[in-house]
Design a protein around this ligand. Structure first.
Ligand code: ZN
Length: 51
């Protein structure tokens, strides 16, 4: 359930979904498998929430 996933993500880092990862113009994009938040990987290979 999505709501539970969001609560979980308040206490834990988002967990990106491998199955939904894709590369767009050299940048990796994915979503959190728990709450569906869009994320991307920056130049330092850290995953950040897309704003
Ligand atoms: Zn999340």
């Amino acid at each position: 359930m999505k709501l539970i996933g969001r609560i979980r993500c308040l206490f834990r880092p988002h967990k990106r979904s491998h199955s939904r990862a894709r590369q767009v113009e050299g940048v990796y994009h994915s979503v959190c498998r728990h709450c569906g938040t869009a994320m991307y990987r920056d130049r330092d290979r850290n995953w950040r929430v897309t704003r």
